[in-house]
Design a protein around this ligand. Sequence first.
Ligand code: COA
Length: 250
Amino acid sequence: MTELVTVTDDGAVRVIRMNRPDKKNALTGAMYTAMAEAINGANTNDTIHCMVIAGVPGAFSAGNDIAEFAQAAMSGGNLVRPAMPFLYALANNKKPLVAAVQGVAVGVGVTLLLHCDQVIAANDARLTTPFISLGVLPEAASSLIAPRMLGHQRAFSLLVMGQPLSAQEAKEQGLVNLVVTPEELDAAAMKVARTIAALPPQGVAIARRLMRGSPDELIARIDEEAKLFGERLSSPEARAAFQAFMTRKK
Ligand code: COA
């Protein structure tokens, strides 16, 4: 079977690539686990100075697998989301993270970007977080980080109203550093990652920690969001939205 997440170390840069192109990189529990292990592993490996998180042509990630959401909703909502170890890994991560975003970026495919230090986007990237219309809630501490990063009103447009952002719009809002063509994306992300990896790693880690604040604050918010998210997951609104997606006619 093809690996749904590939992890490749290229010198001091670890590339974590979501690789489920037939489902637009919708994330399953196994994929979250693989990504969490790759991030946690990099944090205890002195040879890795920087990470890149990437997708495939046309898809950074379509967000959480909706079939898995629906399954969790049917099992009563009191669940430990398979995404949690991944979200904790992002919150606890001490090493710089560069995102290479192309095509669709939905839900956690957008909120994970708030944990990245540089975001390079292809001009075909389209970012959306349709949490509320899906019957669920913003996660990954996005309810804390996005208003700080974008300002409340822009964060509200994104996270509550679900308004999509093009790569250029995301750059104007400060979510993206650089927009390139899809063909240029991987090389552009690696160039930034190698530049960061060449800096003194301890200095980078200390500065990053000072700029990002305490992981405890992020983890407390992730837990608070997850509790409410779990309750919303089994709501009639959420069940209806998942059903509508899974039975839609193309
Ligand atoms: N969960 C499960 N399967 C998903 C998925 C998701 N989040 N996103 C896409 N897929 C699947 C589709 O069901 C389809 O599978 P099929 O070929 O077996 O029918 C395949 O991936 C391709 O998706 P498709 O919708 O045909 O591609 P598209 O380019 O027309 O649209 C999206 C891409 C991402 C805009 C659209 O698939 C979508 O809206 N997905 C749901 C995103 C979402 O709400 N995520 C949760 C956020 S909290």
